[in-house]
Design a protein around this ligand. Structure first.
Ligand code: F6R
Length: 607
């Protein structure tokens, strides 16, 4: 989704703005631009396309800029196609803004402004905000911002420049993320901290409707009534190398390799004396015992991690769990009560639908427990309890390590719930926890088998469509595997419960539709093999992902991907590696933009 940056300081700002925008490229975008105070004017340079294809070329033509303050933006189109005109910054020479979010009442505002004599050039909702600020501006930027915000409905993070207030940047947010960085004699705004890590690790978290004013003297904060106040400085513990490729061709493959360390960082801090312990997050055993039922809500891969959690919790703790897609949950009038726990899963902590699901659950009175990667994100701040997954920055749009740590959390959580409900005893809980803690080494051995996955990728890369099948936990994994493949390689694929295939979908199977069958659960193995024989009989080429020690007759499968043997329950943590790697190498072989797949954004801050 859109990325915002801004800089005020003693140095020329053009390169700082462009470098920071490059660090936000991972969020997904289709145009980019900057606006700076050049002489007595606001100079804007913006273009459709990726930075290298558009903005960078235009800036070369523009030549040297002396400006030491400005704002920048990467736009992910929502209102109006990607074009130079619709790119941000947007303004009229007096006011210039960058915006992330959606202005819901922009039509109303536009009609109002047209009635006041304003003209509009772009198709964006953002232009109404720029013109509204101009309309209310009467020499006092804070007053103009406060008045405009009263009229605006929707979500926004805004970086604002007023021509008459040279070298000052105003920043404000509601729902959409924005942080304010503090350097030596310079300050920054950014959609997330990775954009400015090269310059500073100190930053302020801007809360809803707080206004930050950045000037050469530093940063000041105001409320909507113009009263100033102090804020606490935060320090990012991610360093810049975590947000760089470090010799890997893509962030995605780097992040797959980081999974063992990421899982260690998620699990270890929540194990005390050999047992899971979430009391530091506020989730005590007594609290767990008091819940009537558990909901797990998220989007995409985060929701898929919830499906693994459901299978684990129901199996171990015999407690019913409802897993829901956040965009469905928020509008279905869910049967959540004040006696329930709602676990909210999100890597970014900014996903609009997931945030809305959290707010809805809170309004009903349920306890909310957020499992989030990005520290200080909206979901983390809004939830009653929060557990950070400590995976470090995930830059690739396609989630890998963030999913793996969400699944790792699900194990610890399931063990904790089962122990609290007295469905497993202390000894069993310790044994399960110890096995989980040993998983990073085993996952590493799967990661080391890269050539095997490259070979499978070479066999499926020309297919137009694939089918992933599995039962139970393997079905949950097949959904994640299918999502990985389609989002980065653009090959259509579908995930199906293996036993359900013959009730309709098997008619899609031909010799041109490879099947990836996942069969890691011993009690279901023969059942899945029967389904494999059914597709094989219809000509499909079958890739079987299973334990390395099982024998499968060669007539049933074409390729076997053998996995190290761990207990059935823990197999998902090793199974996901080949699924991620097969998707990765397939996308690479097809020449796809692996880290920034078309149409996708890393942090989906609009619904
Ligand atoms: C898939 C992927 C998405 C995200 C989803 C939720 O690879 O990355 O499906 O998992 O958009 O994002 P978060 O976890 O940030 O809420």
């Amino acid at each position: 989704m859109c990325g915002i940056v801004g800089y005020v300081g003693k140095n020329k700002c053009r390169d700082v703005l462009v470098d920071s925008l490059r660090r936000l490229e991972y969020r997904g975008y289709d145009s980019a631009g900057i606006a700076v105070f050049e002489g007595e004017k606001i100079k804007t340079v913006k273009a459709k396309g990726k930075i290298n294809e558009g903005l960078a070329l235009k800036l070369e033509e523009t030549g040297e800029l002396e400006a030491t303050a400005g704002i920048g933006h990467t736009r992910w189109a929502t209102h109006g196609e990607p074009s130079d005109i619709n790119s941000h910054p947007i303004g009229n020479g007096r006011v210039s803004i960058v915006h992330n979010g959606i202005i819901e009442n922009y039509r109303e505002l536009k009609n109002f402004l047209i009635s006041k004599g304003y003209g509009f050039e772009s198709e964006t909702d953002t232009e109404t905000v720029a013109k509204l600020l101009d309309y209310y501006y009467d020499g006092d930027p804070l007053e103009a911002i406060s008045k405009a915000l009263k009229d605006i409905q929707g979500a926004y993070a805004l970086g604002i420049m007023f021509r008459q207030h040279k070298n000052k940047i105003y920043a404000v947010r509601k729902e959409s993320p924005l942080i304010v960085g503090k350097g030596e004699n310079e300050s920054y705004i950014a959609s997330d901290v990775t954009a400015i890590l090269e310059y500073t690790r100190e930053y302020y978290l801007l809360e809803q409707n707080e206004i930050a004013v950045l000037s050469e003297k530093g940063v000041k904060f105001y409320d909507l009534h113009g009263n100033d106040f102090e804020k606490e400085l935060q320090t990012a513990d991610w360093d810049i190398s975590a947000a760089q490729k470090g010799g890997y061709k893509h962030f995605m493959i780097k992040e797959i390799h980081e999974q063992p360390a990421a899982i260690r960082n998620t699990v270890s801090p929540r194990v005390k004396d050999g047992l899971p312990d979430f009391t530091e997050c506020g989730l005590t055993i007594d609290r767990i015992k008091s819940y009537r039922s558990i909901y797990i809500v998220g989007c995409g891969s985060a929701m898929h991690a919830g499906l693994v959690g459901k299978a684990l919790i129901e199996k171990l703790a015999r407690v019913p769990v409802v897993v829901d897609i956040a965009s469905e949950f928020r509008y279905k009038d869910p049967i959540v009560t004040a006696d329930d726990l709602v676990v909210i899963i999100s890597q970014s902590g900014e996903t609009a639908d997931t945030l809305a699901a959290l707010k809805l659950s809170k309004s009903i009175g349920a306890d909310t427990f957020a499992v989030v990667n990005v520290v200080g994100s909206s979901i983390a701040r809004e939830a009653d309890m929060v557990m950070y997954t400590n995976a470090g920055p995930e830059i690739s749009v396609c989630s890998t390590k963030a999913y793996a740590v969400q699944v790792a959390f699900m194990y610890l959580f399931a063990f904790q719930v089962a122990y609290a409900m007295e469905k497993i005893n202390e000894k069993e809980c310790r044994e399960l926890t110890a096995e989980l803690m040993g998983m990073p080494e085993i996952i590493q051995t799967c990661i080391d088998s890269e050539e095997k996955y490259q070979y499978i990728a070479s066999k499926i890369m020309n297919a137009d469509s694939l089918m992933y099948i599995g039962r139970g936990l393997d079905h949950a994994l097949s959904m994640e595997g299918s999502l990985k493949l389609k989002e980065i390689s653009y090959i259509h694929s579908e995930a199906y419960a293996a036993g359900e295939l013959k009730h309709g979908t098997i008619s899609l199977i031909t010799e041109d539709v490879p099947v990836i069958a996942i069969a890691t659960q011993r009690d279901l193995f023969e059942k899945t093999v029967s389904n494999v024989r059914e597709v094989k009989a219809r000509g499909a080429k079958v890739v079987m992902v299973c334990r390395e020690d099982v024998e499968i007759d060669k007539a049933s499968v074409n390729y076997k991907v053998g996995l190290p043997t761990v207990s059935d329950l823990l197999m998902p943590l090793v199974t996901v590696v080949p699924l991620q790697m097969i998707a990765y190498y397939t996308a690479v072989s097809r020449g796809c933009d692996v880290d920034q797949p078309r149409n996708l954004a890393k942090s989906v801050t609009v619904e």
